[in-house]
Design a protein around this ligand. Structure first.
Ligand code: SF4
Length: 998
């Protein structure tokens, strides 16, 4: 900036005591120019900087008695949204008639109206013939008319109004000296105002001449014009043939943006350049801002961001994103837990721990919906109170009391929280949502940094500004979209360059930067010079006819190139160009921008160098410098994927040693500790030794299906996280639907009082019972919609019909005797089964029904409401996977004190639409009983030996919850087979014995 500073110095010398006003696009530019001047001359006398906008505001404040507040962009967009909706509903639009009025469309129209007004047009003066169609011109005029009315009604002024009024009031300021930056950004109205305001004493600061590119053309009297100074080396970037002296320029590339930025940091480190003498410019903000922000947070590098940071980097911003998701999913518990675990919600000191809150919400099966939080937590509280009453000792009582207190607290806390949040229905009030989110941010947003504090204040301010104009009913999707557009575009912590800080910003605003080391990153051909797309609302053709300094969008890329050249030509130090050669998102190679090639031509002093030559530049995939452990590992991986870890390293990473050991053991043919071999405590886990261990048939079947899953679930006590989810397409899950049908069948039979079921006579009875039970279930668990309820009700009624029809014919030979008979549960004694070796085990369960045949023997019925897929007449045990029929037969005989052999049949009965009343009967003869007892003994021996091998059939894994833990699929088939044949592992052999029973 030598020429510029010299000129400024001459002006200061000529007018040492006069007030000098430097007019610039932004205050940040003013600061940079002043700093450059101070660096050169040590001090500035009477030099103030100001923007055209602020000068107009000053004039208004000084000369007008009634200054209206300036309208915020968000409020202006909201006005336009209402105007468009209204015009659309009343069919008053013609050109925009079929367009859906969305928040983003309103925002674009607001921008167009603002541009038209700043170009000097009002609804009365709009140059309608400039538009390609008269309908479009009419629509713009109508919208403008309503917008101007809204400004008057709500007592706001927009920028156009400000400049127009200020122009009327402004008088030439003859006692000050005005100095203007070249190429000032002006609209027609701000230009008119400035012309009224400026005195004759006006100077312009020069920019270095540049060659080989298009430059903005303005007449000399146009205040946007440029004064040129002598060229510098970079002025010749597009005229390399005439390059007088090679500037300091370095080029580099990388395969990821992160590696590119790490190279920047490495260059800064190596050159020992001061951070506040360095600036990073980008043509496209993302992903560079994110990458630089993350690295600067990690390594505590002080950085200022010209464009600020997305509100979503802050905790309050992420809380708002989480809240929108929470509302959208009708208060899904999983989303609440995610927000809480991410630390976005400030919980009061007396709150239970986060893990306890998650557990209570899951145990209560809250799932979703405001009302369920209260109701389900209340139910959980009652369950805990009942457990407390039954608790055997004081310690246990205290434990349950603590849980009751926690749950009560949680229920009250949610009730208070929901007071400010809207109930999600088919329509939502926009104001209510904003109010709710704002209250949540005020009361519960966690803040741990300045960024968080700023974001919190900004979010609240933005929402409060819009409240008075947001009383409207919207569809949920539309409402959430509006909140997102209002809040997620906010950027916080914007800052100009500061002493001690590395500065990061867009090259477009960087022409007057004042730093010696300039990094321009992201110079690929997509990002720079950028595309010159037309604005579909006001075409360039229309803009040219309208004139009024409206920007011509097709000139964007030439303007961008000019801005970049100006920036470079002003730079007096080292320049670095870089770009990322690969796009991970699109999985494709990325080509450099043309300016990058020009940089290469400049360095090589070869004006004919081409892209092919440029492609030879090295493009590292990993950071050549080690900033963090990840870089070290990536470098090793890149060099040799199969590198052996050295012992020295392994000493520091004990878990790697364990991992290697496990991996090796899993590849051996032997059954090892890494495949389910455990030193078991028989006193605890063997039910023959531990009488308190009462097993259910389900648990024994699990052991027979896959001993390894039994080990994970019952020895290690692993449990999958069970989420209760809202499903718009289904009401009852399979277990709830099953219990409902069970209780209908039971209630129906109890009404018979010994009478035989008759389809015609009893259909009404069973359907009435079903209706009553469904209504009860509806009260506990509301269905997602009437349509879903109707579908599932019809299915239940159909099951009842199938059941009754089937019972009518079946009951000719049988009489139902016992219903829901429990043993080892609900206070009933467990049943005892004696194994072949004479030892006993205790079992528990609930038998759906016990019938007695006409000839006096007993028949056990187990209702199944799912598919018959795994049931066949000839497979009685399915390799141990179906044991219940046999266990229940023994248990009932023992429990009802019946003679051995009295239960002759045990059947799986499918009174459902899928099962069509099918019965799979297992005759409990001597052979079946002998085989069943042998299976049970072998299974218990599996526990005794602690040999919990994995299933020999991958089909068993299909619906297993532990797939991710056991990773059976990673074993080579052959190795798995060898392990399952290990003759030295007795438990494994026993398991093989179980499988032999079909
Ligand atoms: S995934 Fe398969 S092998 Fe693993 S625990 Fe489950 S059933 Fe057993």
């Amino acid at each position: 900036m030598n020429a510029l500073i010299d000129k400024l110095h001459n002006i200061c010398k000529e007018y040492p005591l006069k007030e000098k006003i430097l007019i610039v696009d932004t205050h940040s530019i003013g600061q940079e120019i002043k700093q450059a001047y101070v660096n050169e001359y040590g001090h500035v006398i009477q030099l103030k900087t100001n923007t055209v906008h602020n000068l107009a505001v000053d004039v208004m404040n000084q000369k007008s008695n009634h200054v209206l507040p300036l309208i915020e962009q968000s409020i202006g967009t909201q006005f336009i949204y209402h105007i468009l909706k209204d015009l659309n509903e009343n069919k008053e639009l013609s050109y925009f008639l079929d367009l859906e009025v969305t928040p983003s469309f309103s925002s674009s129209i607001h921008q167009s109206i603002s541009q038209l007004r700043l170009a000097g047009y009002t609804k009365d003066t709009l140059k309608k013939e400039a538009f390609i169609s008269s309908e479009k011109a009419d629509d713009f005029q109508r919208i403008m008319n309503r917008y101007e009315e809204a400004l008057r009604q709500y007592q706001f002024m927009d920028k156009a109004h400000l400049f127009r009024e200020a122009s009327n009031l402004a008088r030439p300021q003859n006692n000050a000296v005005f100095i203007m930056q070249s190429n000032l950004t002006l609209t027609q109205l701000s230009h008119d105002f400035l012309q009224q305001f400026l005195s004759k004493n006006v100077f312009k600061l020069p920019l270095p001449a540049v060659y080989g590119v298009s430059i903005p053309e303005h007449e000399e009297k146009d205040l946007r014009s440029i004064e040129w100074s002598a060229p510098t080396a970079f002025s010749y970037l597009y005229h390399v043939e005439e390059l007088p002296k090679k500037p300091n320029i370095t080029l580099f590339t990388a395969k990821t943006e992160e590696v590119e930025i790490k190279q920047v940091l490495q260059q800064i480190k190596q050159s020992e350049a001061a951070l506040d003498d360095t600036v990073i410019f980008y043509p496209k903000a993302e992903p560079y801002i994110t990458t630089i922000y993350q690295l600067s947070e990690k390594y505590q590098i002080p950085v200022t961001f010209e464009d600020g940071l997305s509100i979503l980097y802050s905790q309050p911003g992420r809380l708002v994103a989480g809240l929108i998701k929470w509302l959208k999913e009708d208060y899904n518990v999983r989303t609440f837990i995610e927000m809480m675990n991410e630390g976005l919600i400030e919980l009061p000191e007396e709150a239970p721990s986060k893990s306890k809150i998650s557990k209570y919400l899951r145990d209560a099966k809250v799932g979703w919906s405001q009302s369920r939080y209260s109701r389900q937590l209340e139910q959980l509280k009652i369950q805990m109170q009942q457990k407390q009453i039954k608790a055997e000792n004081e310690e246990l009582q205290e434990y349950y009391q603590k849980q009751v207190n926690d749950i009560t607290w949680l229920k009250t806390w949610f009730q208070r929280l929901f007071r400010s949040l809207p109930i999600v229905g088919s329509e939502l009030n926009y104001q209510d949502i904003l109010q709710g989110i704002s209250t949540m941010v005020k009361k519960h947003a966690k803040t741990t940094s300045i960024l968080d504090e700023l974001a919190k204040a900004e979010l609240i301010e933005e929402m409060e500004a819009i409240f008075p104009y947001a009383n409207e009913t919207l569809r949920p999707f539309e409402a959430f979209q509006k909140v997102r557009e209002l809040l997620f575009m906010l950027r916080v912590h914007k800052s100009g360059p500061k002493p001690g800080y590395l500065h990061v910003g867009s090259y477009y605003n960087g022409i007057y930067h004042n730093r010696k080391n300039v990094f321009i990153v992201g110079l690929d051909n997509h990002a720079f010079p950028g595309e010159s797309n037309e604005d579909p609302l006001i075409l360039d053709k229309e803009r040219k006819q309208l004139n009024g300094f409206m920007p011509i969008l097709q000139e964007n890329s030439t303007n961008n190139l000019f801005a970049m050249l100006q920036l470079l030509a002003q730079t007096q130090g080292n320049v670095f160009f870089s770009y990322c050669t690969f796009s991970i998102n699109d999985n494709r190679t990325v080509n450099p921008a043309h300016i990058f090639l020009q940089g290469y031509r400049m360095i090589t002093e070869n004006p004919n160098a081409d892209f092919e030559e440029l492609a030879k530049l090295e493009s590292p995939l990993t950071s050549p410098a080690t900033f963090e452990a990840k870089d070290y590992w990536n470098q090793l991986l890149e060099k040799d994927a199969n590198i052996r870890l050295e012992q020295e390293l392994l000493n520091s990473y004990q878990n790697l040693v364990f991992g290697e050991e496990a991996e090796e053991a899993r590849t051996e043919g032997e059954f090892t500790h890494f495949d389910g071999k455990v030193n078991i405590d028989r006193d605890l886990f063997d039910p023959r030794q531990n009488e308190k261990l009462v097993l259910s048939s389900g648990r024994l079947e699990r052991l027979a299906t896959c001993p390894y899953s039994y080990f994970l679930e019952n020895i290690l006590k692993l449990k999958p996280i069970e989420e209760t989810e809202f499903d718009p397409y289904s009401w009852l899950d399979a277990p709830t639907r099953g219990s409902l049908l069970h209780s209908i069948f039971e209630s129906y039979y109890k009404t018979l009082d010994g009478e035989k079921p008759t389809y015609k006579k009893h259909l009404e009875t069973i359907l009435t019972i079903a209706k009553k039970k469904i209504d009860e279930q509806k009260a506990i668990q509301p269905p997602p919609s009437e349509r879903v309820l109707e579908r599932e009700m019809n299915d239940i009624y159909q099951c009842c019909r199938i059941f009754l029809k089937e019972e009518e014919s079946y009951s000719e030979g049988y009489q139902a005797k016992y219903f829901e008979h429990a043993f080892g549960l609900n206070g009933a004694e467990p049943a005892t089964i004696t194994l072949p070796a004479g030892e006993t085990i205790q079992v528990r369960g609930i038998v759906d029904r016990v019938d007695q045949s006409n000839d006096g023997h007993f028949h056990i019925i187990d209702y199944k409401t799912g598919s018959t897929y795994n049931y066949h007449d000839k497979n009685q045990f399915r390799g141990g996977r179906q044991l219940q029929h046999f266990i229940y037969a023994l248990a009932i005989e023992e429990h009802l004190k019946l003679e051995a052999g009295t239960v002759k049949e045990s059947s799986y009965y499918f009174p459902s639409v899928k099962g069509l009343g099918e019965r799979y009967v297992r005759n409990q003869d001597n052979v079946l009983r002998t085989n069943g007892l042998d299976i049970l003994e072998k299974l218990i021996d599996v526990i005794k030996h602690g040999h919990f091998s994995m299933t020999d059939n991958a089909d068993d894994c299909t619906f297993c919850d532990f797939k991710a833990v056991c990773r059976r699929e990673l074993y080579p088939q052959e190795t798995l087979k060898q392990k399952q044949m290990d003759s030295l592992a007795e438990g494994v052999q026993k398991f093989k014995g179980v499988r032999a029973y079909e």
